[in-house]
Write a protein that binds this ligand. Sequence first.
Ligand SMILES: NC(=O)C1=CN([C@@H]2O[C@H](COP(=O)(O)OP(=O)(O)OC[C@H]3O[C@@H](n4cnc5c(N)ncnc54)[C@H](OP(=O)(O)O)[C@@H]3O)[C@@H](O)[C@H]2O)C=CC1
Ligand SMILES: O=C(O)C1=N[C@H](C(=O)O)C[C@H](O)C1
Length: 274
Amino acid sequence: MTITHIMINGVPGKVATTILAHAINDERFTVVPYSLTGPDTEKSVRVNGTDITLVSPEERSAVLKTIKETYGPFVTVDYTHPSAVDANVAFYCAEGLPFVMGTTGGNREQIRADVTDSAIPAVIAPNMAKQIVGLQAMIEYGAKNFPGLFKDFQMTVKESHQSWKADTSGTAKAIIRQFNLLGVEFTEADIDKVREPEAQKAMGIPEEHLDGHGWHTYTLCAPDGSSEFGITHNINGRDIYAEGTLDAVAFVEKKRLAGIKGHCFSMIDVLKNL
Ligand SMILES: NC(=O)C1=CN([C@@H]2O[C@H](COP(=O)(O)OP(=O)(O)OC[C@H]3O[C@@H](n4cnc5c(N)ncnc54)[C@H](OP(=O)(O)O)[C@@H]3O)[C@@H](O)[C@H]2O)C=CC1
Ligand SMILES: O=C(O)C1=N[C@H](C(=O)O)C[C@H](O)C1
């Protein structure tokens, strides 16, 4: 089995740390013990017995030189902050670092264009939970094959996440774009964002998951009120994102070894190639 080197950026953030803990225990990978992180964090953290050196934005170019010399090629995973996405993608493209981008936000058109103009393959997706990706693929199939199927239906979208989440759900934004193709008139501004713990408890979200959950419901009502359709995905905790992320890393490494450059893949591409 080929062992892939993997560097996970965004530690000590919640998702990056979860992915790191899973990667350490996954025999397909060797973790590069560095993480590019924000300007205000400590110098290192220990995760499952592995010491990870945290690299601030000012230090990253110099430290990357050492990492490349020490470890050779590796795949980068990004679970940082929506405000960091654009600069991080520009950095990965300029430095020739194949990557998996789980972070939401940023200028999604621009980051795809950056990858297209670069010499690397990448996977970019707002949701790495394979079952949610499968659901997205089904909705996308419907949008391609039955455009306008829900024309004139009234949609409501409710998404709840931990109170400090920086942005509106990237997953919800991606899914409503598919519903637009199905004929539904709905914009990102219409999304009902729930961030208040008391409101979340009232929705039935377990208290122990108030600081880490993603509960989404999409409801479609017929114009005459005679029928209603709903799609719900309720995730507690963050473990579900690890398997898909690590499969995406293995996928990107295969593409790198095959010499694929300047190509942006989705998690649906990963799912189709498992
Ligand atoms: N694709 C998917 O399946 C999923 C995507 N996500 C997305 O992942 C992202 C991270 O979420 P979460 O872990 O909860 O967030 P956290 O706020 O817990 O972690 C973000 C981390 O990124 C660090 N950071 C800030 N600026 C930079 C920078 N310039 N470069 C590198 N790191 C930086 C932060 O450091 P500091 O605290 O010092 O600012 C922090 O440690 C979000 O966009 C979220 O929506 C989440 C779950 C699943
Ligand atoms: O911040 C989170 O937690 C999540 N972010 C992603 C999003 O914005 O959709 C994925 C998931 O909902 C969890």
